[in-house]
Design a protein around this ligand. Structure first.
Ligand code: KG4
Ligand code: ZN
Length: 332
């Protein structure tokens, strides 16, 4: 079965064709980062307008790259939520109309479940069950994935998402948007232990996160010290990143031990941070826990993961009706 996946929940317009839920025939991502960069974050109205412009060419490119015809498509899947409503509506309504016109089954996919499925597209991929961290600009959620359709939410952030913290710290340092890649690059040159930023672990036994204390602590440090040179900024970046990585890694390992599960997967934009993946792999390895992370192309928002999740939903008969709508907040 070949499924067309469409993603438009935030600032990427993406389309992909996936065969049998696990073979990527094509995956095209049109990023709007250059536009939003100048405003220091995503501007929802601009995002919607740009999705409208990009969606047609992105889908055509996905068809061309896969070298297939529209008539070869067996099903359609699009992100239904969570995300920016105006942005979601573009991809979701396009997919709905396409599926209706072509008389194809249509699945409305939860974006977070799709990020979990990006691990099932990864080679090698973790066997079930596994612990999965979905860590992006909007979410920091730990799930216990016990079957292809069961995602038990074990913990989540109580304030900022980890990616949001990267973006806000980058903004404080005058490094622009998005913050993650530039912080990771600068951090490489410095000793992460130099500035002892806090590691907020919350109550004993909790798998929740909080990054607002860390963010305030970085703001205080920047206020109290001269951080005008690239060198000073790199030091703050390294120590901030280390604090985030420590908390994410420790909570994940605790969750794995709590569930007696020797496999951890990470997905979402922040999992593109290879320093995080390497640190987690080392720490978990010493406890006989294996770590899985998608290639960078599948970490951030993409449509291959939407098509993969959508394939399963279509197989299970979990289809969207024409009167179904998008949603902005998470349902898992
Ligand atoms: O999954 P994603 O592309 O979009 C959302 O659904 O939010 O994630 C974007 C987030 C941004 O906050 C960005 O700063 C962060 O992922 N990010 C990173 C890295 N690359 C992207 N954070 C840390 N290190 C990176 N290398
Ligand atoms: Zn995402």
């Amino acid at each position: 079965m070949i499924v067309l996946g469409i993603e438009s929940s935030c600032d990427e317009t993406a389309a992909a064709l996936v065969k049998d839920g696990n073979v990527i025939l094509s995956s095209v991502v049109a990023s709007q980062i250059d536009t939003h960069h100048q405003y220091g974050g995503v501007v929802p109205e601009l995002a919607s307008r740009m999705h409208i412009e990009a969606i047609d060419p992105v889908i055509c490119q996905a068809l061309q790259q896969a070298d297939i015809d529209i008539t070869d498509i067996d099903g359609v899947a699009a992100t239904r939520g969570p995300g920016l409503i105006g942005a979601l509506l573009v991809g979701f309504n396009f997919a709905k109309a396409f599926a209706w016109a072509a008389k194809l089954p249509f699945a409305g996919v939860n974006h977070l479940e799709a990020h979990i499925y990006s691990l099932l597209l990864t080679r090698p991929h973790p066997d079930l069950p596994f612990i999965c961290l979905v860590v992006s600009g909007g979410h920091t959620n730990i799930y216990y994935v016990s079957s292809p359709d069961q995602f038990e939410l074990m913990g989540q952030t109580r304030d900022d998402a980890a990616g949001e913290a990267f973006d806000k710290v980058a903004k404080m340092l005058g490094l622009g948007y998005p913050g993650g890649p530039v912080i990771e690059r600068l951090a490489r040159t410095k000793d992460p232990a130099k500035i002892p930023f806090p590691r907020t672990m919350l109550e004993k036994g909790s798998f929740d996160f909080s990054f607002s204390g860390l963010k305030s602590s970085v703001a205080r440090h920047i206020h109290d010290h001269d951080i005008s040179t690239e060198d000073d900024k790199a030091q703050v970046a390294a120590s901030f990143q280390a604090a985030v990585i420590d908390v994410l890694s420790d909570k994940l390992i605790r969750a794995a031990r709590f569930k007696n599960c020797p496999r951890i997967g990470v997905s979402g934009g922040v999992s593109a941070n290879r320093t995080f993946v390497e640190t987690l792999t080392r720490k978990a390895g010493s406890k006989q826990i294996s770590v899985f992370a998608p290639p960078v192309s599948l970490c951030g928002d993409n449509a291959a993961m939407i098509a993969a999740r959508g394939t399963r939903m279509i197989e299970q008969g979990e289809l969207c009706r024409l009167d179904h709508d998008v949603f902005s907040r998470t349902r898992i």
